[in-house]
Design a protein around this ligand. Structure first.
Ligand code: IMP
Ligand code: MG
Length: 184
């Protein structure tokens, strides 16, 4: 385990099992994705980059610096669901940006696609707003979602079916500040 003391200082003493993606691997992949995204938007139109909080905040911050196109950045906060919460069937946006979406290129930034529930609820909602284009970029994809309404056009890494932390990803709101991605 590299830099054990430094990792423990950030985790409050916990040792991570394994570094799944190192800082260097993430940096390299994020740069590549920035290039691919840059190449995909050729019409000169501005891209509205929408980060899904909180998990995407570090990825988005790094990614937008490698997109060599005009961008605006905003964020979405979706209502949480899951055990103990009865799903209403449609996602509620707890924070919905003022930015106009009609006729614009939307690029939705996700930290990780797991069950796909978040995407499956958000995508129709964003589509209703009449964007010129709508694409998803996900840092990680577990490829276990049975029927995604829309696949991410860009995926950083095909992730193992493990619980991952770091680089924005949390476990009970902790570990987001690890500079690498680790398995809990
Ligand atoms: P989904 O709706 O199940 O696809 O996943 C939605 C959210 O769950 C993601 O945006 C993450 O915030 C969180 N999540 C899913 N898998 C993991 C994981 O392995 N580590 C940390 N958060 C996760
Ligand atoms: Mg989370």
């Amino acid at each position: 385990m590299p830099r054990t003391a430094e990792v423990r200082a950030r985790t409050g003493g916990l040792d991570v099992r394994k570094i799944t993606y190192s800082e260097e691997q993430i940096d390299q992949r994020v740069r590549e994705m920035g290039k691919e995204i840059t190449a995909a938007y050729q019409d000169g139109g501005e891209i509205l980059v929408l980060g899904l909080l909180k998990g995407s905040f570090i990825f988005l911050a790094d990614l937008v610096r490698h997109i060599e196109r005009p961008v605006q950045v905003d964020f979405l906060v979706a209502s949480s669901y899951g055990s103990g919460t009865v799903s209403s069937g449609d996602v509620k946006l707890v924070y919905d940006p003022d930015a106009k979406m009609e006729g614009r290129h939307l690029l939705l930034v996700e930290d990780i696609v797991d069950s796909g529930n978040t995407m499956n609820r958000l995508i129709p909602l964003l589509q209703e707003r009449g964007p010129k284009s709508l694409e998803i970029v996900a840092l990680l994809h577990k490829h276990i979602a049975p029927n995604l309404v829309k696949e991410p056009r860009w995926v950083g890494f095909d992730a193992p079916q493990e619980f991952l932390i770091g680089y924005g990803l949390d476990h009970s709101e902790k570990y987001r500040n690890l500079p690498f991605i680790a398995s809990l």
